[in-house]
Design a protein around this ligand. Structure first.
Ligand SMILES: [Cu+2]
Length: 405
């Protein structure tokens, strides 16, 4: 059942092809990438040994955006560049953000980074949902302040022959038309609400098609050029590191995005789902993903808290990395703990839905929120993975949680 829901909603990397469902835009622009430089440094491990790590930076083709314009890339046609080492390598850190032509960070209050999802066709994450939630790296506004950085001694094994694709969604939020107040206009834009000039009925992907616009007041003319840039830190010293797998869990049970209603009596909207773990594993890193308006998302194992991500909201207008009222960081948990096959795993989030001022630090007004997410990105030590019978997993891929419940 869960597998069916997941596949029907999104993009699947199945049999070497991306397959798309109904509720995700089919179109989107093609985007290309090129390497813009690399550097190397020596990294020390806890046991005193060291290895050479290289950081390579890749930058997209240009997005020339008008005020209010939405860009949504087609994952079929957005093929990424990754390190070409001639063999396998271990990724130790991954970071992405929107920059200008000089590589300088562009603040979220100029261009909002709604999401970026990076798919490895050969090795999707092991989560239940499939489709768009098969991503390996991402995910949204918090990415500048929250790189995916594996704990010391761990790496995600990639091959130079792997195929990588991306879905990127950004919005230029300058010059928006204000009907009630500016933050309401920003909210309706970045939460992809139905609005004048959009052909959609409910908030979400349909209202944010590539080339569509949030309503603007005409005060900002012309286009500005933006780029998506990502940095991959990796090493070819494969044996220096232990391999990890990623698992993405969605508290909305694979709906990807949900709309949550205003409720003035019960102001914290809860989104929650539980699974029965099919594996035993050590979770070496856990990071929640949330949108503006969220207080937190918690990962429970047998109803006991394993990790809570409480997002940090920025405090300075126009300052990249600390944009006032935006979700700029989503701290996670290193060495979160162990899960045993058969354990109950729960992901639960809280969003503010009372009208008026939001106490979370989010600069957006409370009430209804469109297109929210509540995910946990888990990184597990591959060497610790055991199935229900206690057998080690030599290699496996995709949907391991789909056999549950
Ligand atoms: Cu999101």
């Amino acid at each position: 059942m869960m597998r069916m829901i997941g596949v029907s909603l999104g993009v699947s990397l199945v049999s070497g092809h991306l397959m798309m469902g109904d509720s995700i835009p089919m179109g989107g622009r093609p985007v290309t990438f090129e390497s813009v430089g690399s550097s190397s440094q020596l990294r020390k491990l806890d046991d005193g040994t060291s290895f050479e790590a290289t950081t390579e930076t890749f930058r997209s083709s240009v997005f020339s955006l008008h005020a209010g314009e939405v860009a949504f890339s087609n994952p079929y046609k957005t093929v990424l560049q990754f390190p070409k080492t001639g063999g396998d390598y271990m990724i130790t850190k991954f970071q992405g953000e929107v920059v200008d032509a000089n590589g300088v960070s562009v603040p979220l209050d100029e261009v909002y980074l709604h999401h970026w999802l990076i798919f490895n066709e050969q090795k999707p994450n092991l989560g239940v949902c499939g489709g768009y939630l098969k991503y390996n790296f991402g995910i949204g506004a918090e990415s500048r302040g929250t790189p995916v950085e594996y704990p010391s001694g761990y790496g995600w094994r990639a091959s130079s022959s792997d195929t990588w694709g991306m879905n990127l969604h950004i919005l230029r939020t300058q010059g928006l038309k204000v009907t009630t107040n500016h933050s309401q206009a920003v909210k309706q834009c970045i939460e992809c609400w139905p609005d004048t000039g959009k052909s959609c009925s409910t908030a979400g992907f349909d209202c944010c098609q590539d080339g569509s616009y949030c309503p603007v007041d005409g005060s900002v003319t012309g286009t500005r050029d933006y780029y998506f840039q990502y940095k991959v830190e990796y090493t070819t010293s494969i044996t220096s590191l232990a391999e990890v797998h990623a698992i993405v869990l969605d508290a909305s049970n694979c709906q990807v995005e949900t709309n949550i209603k205003q409720n003035d009596l019960d102001p914290w909207s809860v989104t929650e789902y539980s699974w029965k773990s099919p594996v035993t594993a050590n979770v070496v890193l856990a990071i929640g993903h949330l949108h503006n308006g969220a207080k937190n998302v918690t990962l429970y194992v047998n109803d006991k808290e394993m990790c809570t991500t409480t997002p940090r909201y920025g405090t300075e207008v126009g300052v990249a990395g600390n944009e006032k009222g935006y979700l700029v960081e989503a701290p996670g948990c290193v060495d979160a703990g162990a899960v045993k096959a058969g354990d109950k795993i729960t992901v639960r989030s809280h969003y503010w839905v009372r009208s008026g001022t939001d106490p979370t630090g989010s600069g957006l007004p409370g009430g209804f929120h469109g297109g929210v997410m509540s995910y946990f990105y888990l990184v597990v030590d591959k060497g610790s993975l055991l199935d229900r019978e206690g057998n080690a997993f030599e290699d496996f891929r995709g949907d391991i949680f789909a056999s549950l419940v």
